[in-house]
Design a protein around this ligand. Sequence first.
Ligand SMILES: Cc1cc2nc3c(=O)[nH]c(=O)nc-3n(C[C@H](O)[C@H](O)[C@H](O)COP(=O)(O)OP(=O)(O)OC[C@H]3O[C@@H](n4cnc5c(N)ncnc54)[C@H](O)[C@@H]3O)c2cc1C
Length: 252
Amino acid sequence: MTNLGAKGRPADNEGIRAEKIAFLVKGERFTMTCQLVLKRIEPVTHDTYHLVFDRPGGFEYSPGQGVELALLKDGWEDKGRAFTPVSLPHEPTLEFVIKTYPDRHGVTGQIGTMKPGDKVVMDGPFGAISDKGAGVFIAGGAGVTPMIALLRKRLHDHGTLEGSTLLFANKTERDIIWRDKFEAMQGLTTAFVVDEPGASVPQQRLDRDYLRQFVMADSHCYLCGPPPMMDAVRGALHDLGVKDAQIIEEEF
Ligand SMILES: Cc1cc2nc3c(=O)[nH]c(=O)nc-3n(C[C@H](O)[C@H](O)[C@H](O)COP(=O)(O)OP(=O)(O)OC[C@H]3O[C@@H](n4cnc5c(N)ncnc54)[C@H](O)[C@@H]3O)c2cc1C
């Protein structure tokens, strides 16, 4: 289990203004609560943003794990939501790719309006997805964020993603997060599918017949997305002979 460092150690970089508030112990895992200040926010797609914070001293996590973020803004402090760092643990920044749903009037709608200098409280890390080797990375919508973290880690560690495939489903082509970056990742096979007709990528569901082209019975399969997509893909993977032990998954 991850020990996030000595209790009470002061934030070790004044410049990043990250203030440790408390350590909590959840089960065997040490978790940490700290305050982050937004440095940069940039659009990724029409509804998705890349947020960059300085990484607080002492905060350790594994690529694929999530954290909870709550906005330090009147009326929002108690509304924590789960997000996945897409930066790597050795990097000086803590970065997120966050899809916003302004129509739901929830936290992500507020995130879309954030400005540099705005603050969040972070609690974590936690989560079920971790690197188990090369495999088939299957994502729906914002469920691609743990895949970003894992693929970046594997590329950093091995210099190539040879042997790995990303299958990424979205409603429309303009919803595809990081398409250029995935296509540029050395060795990675990519396949994007959408629900809409007339796109430059196939209008296609991630059903058994489609998955059969990419998945073998002994493949490691990483799976993350909305519950209905996860249920359908898990069933199709079972049909293709993939055992539960080979499916590394998290529901969004
Ligand atoms: C471990 C983990 C890691 C995650 N990492 C990321 C990440 O890195 N990036 C990312 O973008 N997302 C990530 N997510 C998903 C993210 O947590 C949710 O998108 C976020 O919680 C939504 O918060 P919200 O307050 O905007 O909306 P919600 O709290 O989901 O919704 C607000 C209200 O809108 C209504 N509503 C909810 N769902 C719907 C719907 N489908 N249609 C219509 N109305 C609805 C409900 O009334 C609800 O109370 C992660 C999730 C998990 C579990």
